[in-house]
Design a protein around this ligand. Structure first.
Ligand SMILES: [Zn+2]
Length: 456
């Protein structure tokens, strides 16, 4: 049961992080009108429910006081979903009884209203007049199951995945391996590198990655990367997840690359450094020992990281780490903050297509590191090149964050005061290229005020 929790939080994460973007997803999952706030008041990308740590973590982690648990969830459109998350976490403490599973499903936001299918029609796409093939999109999937399974908005109906594969194929996309992706962002890809590359990633170790994904990949000549956390694979209670023999069989297909998703899917920035280290090192060692495959890359649980997590990932020997911050990846992308776009249930083709066809952001340089611990009032510089200055917006959790503009490319950005508790404020930079193509790039910070200690 507790495996449901991180995924569920990600649902909320997704909803909130994209609520500023025109997409029907928010309507599918949260159709009720907000009573307060505006829909533009978007995105704490990683919200929090009490269940997320207490359900899935060992006792030692539970004992850590986590200030986020006091989070006051009241100021925006996501209130309804968040309070449902909260209610859900109260009902999910009895593990593995059919009754509690039922309760969980019923508590998902409007699961019964999810559409059965979304039609994808590549014939209307102009394959040349857009940003297709410029930079590499990385897609982040979870379970491949229909509406009847308990992962709600984080399921994707297998038939829809196939439609997306057909669509990608028709547009000329070719999937790349983690090794190829790495060579690309290091600027070392060869002449034979695909013209329209894409990296497909699947998190959490769903059993459907063996039963559904492998055959679909083979059918379309694609490959994908899976990010696994050993605690689910080792625990027979989690019936929706692979066991070790399943994982070995899936990897034996030859169409999957393997990466780590930590030991048990914690929120890494909320941990002490020694715990972060353990999560990163032990998961890598266990996965390598159990599968015989080398593990070079990491996906941050919930997409959460900070500067310590990045340092520890480097020390542990990872070469890349994946966030869930949307944006296209280019040869200058930092290997430890790779951008990924979530693909949830009910995502419209328009949104799916906008992920693929977005332009890379030109060149963005932050005056502080991605993953920094910040506090309200703090200001830093942001340099943006390659976008039309008249179209540039920079928002931190949905609020305009531009304090002043020093030149056409140089901005001073300030961390706003938050009315509610915000633990992981994202900075979203949007704009258009001079030829009119839209771009969106997200970064992530940790709000010092939300934690009653300094990072160690
Ligand atoms: Zn995950």
């Amino acid at each position: 049961m507790s495996r449901l929790t991180p995924t569920f939080i990600l649902i909320v994460t997704f909803l909130i992080s994209f609520s500023a973007v025109a997409t029907p997803v928010k309507n599918f999952l949260n159709p009720e009108p907000s009573t307060t706030g505006s829909k533009k008041n978007s995105s704490e990308t990683r919200t929090k429910s009490k269940a997320s740590d207490s359900q899935e973590s060992p006792a030692s982690d539970r004992e850590n006081p986590n200030p986020e648990k006091k989070e006051n969830l009241s100021d925006d459109k996501s209130e309804t979903v968040r309070s449902r998350v909260s209610r859900r976490s109260k009902t999910s403490k009895i593990e593995d009884s059919p009754k509690s599973a039922k309760t969980f499903e019923n508590s998902l936001p409007n699961v019964s209203n999810l559409p059965a299918r979304v039609a994808y029609d590549a014939s209307k796409e102009n394959p040349d007049g857009s940003g297709h093939g410029k930079g590499i999109p990385v897609l982040c999937y979870h379970h491949l199951a229909d509406n009847g399974n308990p992962m709600g908005g984080y399921n994707l109906d297998p038939s829809l995945l196939e439609e997306q594969f057909k669509y990608l194929k028709k547009l000329g996309y070719q999937t790349v391996s983690l090794d190829q992706f790495y060579s690309y962002i290091k600027g070392e890809s060869g002449a034979d590198f695909p013209k329209r590359p894409i990296l497909l990633t699947f998190d959490d170790g769903s059993l459907t990655h063996k039963t559904v994904l492998v055959s679909l990949l083979k059918k379309y000549g694609f490959r994908a990367s899976i990010f696994i956390y050993p605690s689910t694979i080792s625990n027979p209670k989690y019936k929706f997840y692979m066991r070790w023999p399943d994982l070995k069989e899936a990897l034996g297909s030859g169409v999957l690359d393997l990466g780590s998703h930590t030991l048990y899917h914690p929120k890494l920035p909320a941990m002490k450094r020694a715990e972060i280290r353990k999560q990163l090192r032990e998961s890598k060692a266990i996965l390598e020992a159990k599968t015989g495959h080398k593990v070079k890359d990491l996906a941050y649980p919930f997409g959460l990281f900070d500067v310590r997590v990045i340092e520890e990932a480097k020390e542990a020997g990872y070469r890349m780490a994946f966030t869930v911050n949307p944006g296209k990846n280019v040869p200058s992308t930092d290997p430890y903050t790779v951008h990924r776009s979530l693909i949830p249930w009910g995502q419209s083709q328009a949104r799916f297509n906008s992920i693929l066809s977005a332009s890379p952001p030109g060149k963005i340089k932050l005056g502080i590191a991605d993953g920094s611990w910040v506090k309200p009032g703090q200001a830093f510089s942001v340099n943006v090149e390659g976008l039309d200055p008249a179209t540039i917006q920079m928002k931190i959790r949905g609020k305009n964050a531009i304090r002043s503009k020093k030149s056409a490319t140089e901005y001073v950005v300030g961390v706003p005061d938050f009315k509610t508790k915000v633990s992981y404020p994202p900075l979203v930079i949007t704009g258009k290229t001079p030829d009119g193509r839209r771009t969106e790039t997200q970064f992530l910070f940790v709000n010092r005020q939300a934690f009653n200690r300094e990072p160690d």
